[in-house]
Ligand binder design. Structure first.
Ligand code: HEC
Ligand code: HEC
Ligand code: HEC
Ligand code: HEC
Ligand code: HEC
Ligand code: HEC
Ligand code: HEC
Ligand code: HEC
Ligand code: HEC
Ligand code: HEC
Ligand code: HEC
Length: 535
């Protein structure tokens, strides 16, 4: 019986289409693309009709491609758009128009141009109907040539694609590049199995992808929160690959075809504890946090740090295609770098290009551009971008020396913190704070409390910090000082606008270092006038 069928088809095909690759095509019988009464799907005719008839017409004298037996929709489709797309997209062309003649859901399925009429089949509904808005679908109907691959970068030379992935005879990428409508050997009529993103990476050669945790992690859903893989055949992060975050069709956020409408939700679906080890979502719900939920989709891979609107998103700090912070940044000298090599370069993208507008402590030298505060030419700075200026600092906790390099995230939690200013540990910045390990634990993580309070530096810290209840923040600027050694940059007003340190009687506000472990201050504070006072 089967043999008879196949030979019938062979006859049909050789006769009609004039090719011999027919045995493969016989498989269409067993797929939902067989709309005849014998078809396995939910859309099928009430009577026997040729399987091929729904797409191919036998009555066409011209034996080239495009023997489509469908009236093609005369619709203007909404096309995919993004700021990064290089290709010039056309309205659907070639075989994609055939697919859309059923899959845009506008035309009744049982309506071939030639052949049996009046087959009541209705039109496609639900998930398999892409609609006429194709902006949430992978781009189609554009020329994919070497020129595009070079202009875009991270794309394979189209001549090197696996045989299964075929561009049409005009070199265009179509629905049929990814799908073979004749066989569901790979589920979803895919031309190639997409386990571990093998389909996607045949074309997309993302620079850091192969080593990234999203390409490699065997993690599965842990049974809490919604299952991010509920619509997928694959159950691990590595098997899902690109489709952990992207959707080829019906993407909730059309630009870049992302799965979730809320920017950070694309990541939280797993980084809320559902799949990934750590629950990162809770970190953004702490007392202070980077406001990733506030600025939806302002971030753009093409943005210019010097003119972009204020915002922050996961993708500003993490390259989702990598394992590291391979994102844009700003260098020490204030110029843009395409890939940050250091964490501070990422932070400088937003905190090192201009003065910060949010209200904060006011200091004697009130610069808030962190890059300027930490310039290695300043008299003092915490050693982040370069080794510090003072080789004789002592009293460190184990692990630190005057030649250590530290990072922004040694003091700040980049996501969020229970403490103010994203600080990793408590640091009381208000005047008249009672000294304890807890009050200044941020500093005491690296600077031994006993050494400091017993006077290693020559400065009577104990007298000021313990007896006078003066916060470190009143005298020191945790980032650096453009004017003084020892990170001295006095706080003139606290965050409530209260005056803290002011001019001495003679009108001076000054710190002078007079040799090792000696210095002199001109100022007025806590009702005491130093005009000057020496230690
Ligand atoms: C759902 C629509 C659909 C059905 C049903 C269908 N085809 Fe096709 N067929 C296509 C499309 C689209 C192409 C063009 C493929 C391309 O451009 O790569 C095609 C191309 C072909 C080709 C050219 C060789 C090739 O692979 O490019 C042959 C031969 C063919 N079809 C035979 C058949 C036969 C025989 C049947 C019935 C058993 C059939 N088709 C059913 C859509 C269909
Ligand atoms: C004659 C109408 C028709 C044409 C033309 C057609 N399809 Fe389909 N297609 C269907 C029907 C009917 C289904 C089953 C839908 C359902 O069950 O919801 C389907 C299902 C699919 C599915 C989903 C299969 C699955 O297992 O989930 C894919 C993918 C698909 N078609 C791709 C294509 C592509 C690509 C083309 C063009 C080459 C095409 N179709 C042309 C009618 C058509
Ligand atoms: C870049 C590759 C690619 C292109 C181009 C492409 N598809 Fe798909 N399509 C896929 C993949 C991958 C899936 C499976 C999605 C999944 O597993 O989540 C899919 C799924 C589908 C489905 C099943 C419904 C669904 O959302 O899962 C239909 C129907 C479909 N495609 C039709 C089309 C049509 C029609 C076109 C052309 C307008 C097209 N596809 C173009 C890769 C592609
Ligand atoms: C046959 C090659 C091919 C396959 C397979 C393929 N793509 Fe593409 N994809 C392209 C090309 C070419 C572009 C257009 C790039 C451009 O014009 O800048 C593109 C564009 C995209 C875009 C939009 C890029 C932008 O800048 O807006 C996304 C997202 C994307 N692809 C994801 C995927 C995913 C996920 C898969 C696997 C399911 C996949 N692609 C499979 C070739 C392919
Ligand atoms: C962890 C989530 C995630 C995974 C996994 C992922 N992407 Fe993306 N992708 C994104 C996000 C988010 C964007 C949005 C652009 C941005 O801000 O960088 C994006 C943008 C893109 C773009 C367009 C912009 C650009 O940077 O080129 C392409 C193309 C793309 N992804 C393809 C892929 C392919 C192919 C894979 C699998 C090999 C993949 N992505 C895996 C999240 C992901
Ligand atoms: C489908 C689940 C899933 C999605 C969606 C996802 N991730 Fe992941 N991610 C993981 C898993 C699993 C790991 C491996 C480490 C682990 O288990 O915590 C990982 C690792 C990471 C790492 C590296 C951590 C390390 O230990 O080196 C970063 C950074 C990261 N993801 C960021 C993101 C961002 C940003 C997004 C959104 C654009 C995102 N992820 C979306 C599952 C996911
Ligand atoms: C301001 C920059 C910044 C933003 C915004 C940001 N991150 Fe991070 N993230 C970092 C840095 C720096 C690290 C490494 C230091 C650390 O672990 O504390 C990190 C670490 C991670 C890790 C690894 C944690 C682990 O150890 O398992 C994951 C996962 C992660 N981030 C996901 C996200 C997600 C998801 C978002 C958005 C909701 C996000 N990040 C937003 C800078 C950022
Ligand atoms: C893409 C931009 C962006 C990047 C990159 C970025 N931030 Fe932020 N940061 C912000 C925004 C937006 C705020 C909220 C206040 C504002 O609008 O200025 C903020 C606030 C802060 C605050 C003050 C929090 C408060 O409670 O007032 C600190 C501290 C901070 N960021 C540190 C960092 C560090 C450290 C890095 C690098 C790991 C970093 N930021 C990277 C945009 C960014
Ligand atoms: C992660 C470790 C670390 C933390 C936390 C830390 N420091 Fe430092 N600090 C250093 C290192 C390393 C140096 C040495 C720099 C040098 O030799 O110039 C230093 C130097 C200093 C200096 C002397 C600078 C000079 O040029 O003489 C002062 C003052 C200082 N820190 C104050 C503080 C205060 C106040 C805090 C709390 C807000 C703090 N530090 C938190 C590591 C740290
Ligand atoms: C030694 C600890 C330490 C390091 C390292 C550190 N910060 Fe800070 N940062 C603080 C403290 C403490 C504050 C609170 C304000 C103050 O004390 O003046 C702060 C405040 C901030 C603020 C809020 C605005 C402001 O200036 O008051 C931003 C933004 C900031 N830091 C960014 C950074 C960036 C970016 C880096 C890395 C280049 C960094 N910080 C490194 C301790 C540190
Ligand atoms: C009243 C002002 C004042 C306060 C408050 C203050 N300091 Fe200092 N600190 C100084 C001065 C002045 C020096 C410079 C001493 C010298 O080398 O001449 C200094 C030096 C230091 C040094 C360098 C030590 C060395 O070995 O060279 C560290 C570290 C330091 N302070 C940390 C702190 C910490 C932590 C706090 C809060 C617990 C704090 N300071 C509070 C004024 C102050």
């Amino acid at each position: 019986m089967k043999l008879i069928k196949i030979s019938l088809i062979t006859f049909l095909v050789v006769g009609i289409i004039g090719t011999s690759s027919t045995l493969l095509i016989a498989g269409v019988e067993r797929t939902v693309h067989n709309l005849s009464v014998s078809g396995p799907g939910k859309y099928k005719a009430m009577r026997a009709v040729g399987t091929c008839t729904f797409c191919h017409t036998p009555h066409n004298a011209n034996p080239t491609r495009g023997l489509w037996n469908r009236s093609l929709p005369g619709i203007t489709y909404k096309l995919y758009e993004s700021s990064t797309l290089e290709a010039k997209l056309n309205q659907p062309t070639g075989s994609s128009r055939l697919c859309l003649s059923c899959h845009d859901g506008t035309i009744a399925l049982g309506n071939p141009r030639v052949g049996p009429k009046g087959i009541a089949l209705g039109s496609l509904k639900g998930k398999t109907s892409l609609g006429t808005d194709l902006s949430d679908d992978h781009p189609i109907s554009f020329v994919y040539d070497l020129d595009l691959a070079v202009r875009r970068g991270e794309l394979a030379d189209p001549l090197t694609l696996p045989k299964a992935l075929r561009l049409d005879e005009t070199g265009q990428l179509q629905c049929t590049t990814c799908h073979d409508p004749h066989t569901d050997k790979n589920p979803g009529f895919l031309a190639m199995d997409n386990r571990n993103s093998s389909l996607c990476v045949s074309c997309h050669r993302l620079k850091f992808w192969q080593a990234s945790p999203h390409a490699l992690s065997p993690a599965t859903w842990k049974g809490i929160h919604p299952d991010p893989f509920s619509e997928s055949r694959f159950k691990t992060v590595s098997e899902n690959g690109c489709l952990n975050c992207h959707k080829v069709h019906a993407a909730a956020h059309p630009e870049w075809l992302l799965r979730s409408q809320d920017e950070e939700e694309n990541c939280y679906v797993c980084h809320n504890g559902a799949v990934a080890k750590r629950d990162v979502e809770v970190e953004f719900k702490k007392f202070s946090f980077h406001p990733v939920e506030m600025s939806q989709w302002v971030h753009d891979p093409k943005e210019n740090p010097f003119s972009m609107e204020r915002h922050v998103s996961c993708f500003d700090c993490h390259n989702p295609h990598s394992s590291q912070q391979d994102v844009k940044g700003i260098s020490l000298s204030g110029t843009e770098v395409a890939q940050s090599a250091f964490e501070y370069q990422v932070c400088y993208k937003c905190h090192g290009v201009s003065e910060q507008s949010f209200s904060s402590i006011r200091r004697e030298d009130n610069v808030t551009n962190v890059r300027i505060e930490m310039e290695p030419s300043n008299p003092s700075y915490h050693p982040i971008v370069a080794v510090g200026r003072n080789p004789s600092v002592s009293g460190f906790e184990p692990g630190y020396t005057p030649s250590s390099i530290i990072s922004c995230s040694d003091c700040h939690s980049p996501h969020g913190s229970d403490y103010d200013m994203l600080l990793k540990w408590e640091y009381r910045m208000e005047d008249l704070t009672s000294e304890s390990y807890q009050s200044y634990s941020l500093c005491y993580r690296c600077h031994n409390r006993n050494s400091l309070l017993s006077g290693v530096s020559g400065f009577p810290h104990s007298k000021h910090v313990v007896d006078g209840r003066t916060s470190c923040s009143v005298c020191h600027d945790a980032h650096g000082s453009r004017k003084n050694p020892s990170l001295i940059n006095f706080m003139v007003r606290d965050r409530t606008e209260k005056t803290i340190v002011s001019f001495s009687k003679s009108g001076r506000l000054d710190f002078q270092k007079v040799g090792m472990n000696h210095g002199r201050c001109y100022l007025s504070c806590h009702g005491s006038d130093h005009d000057p006072k020496e230690y």
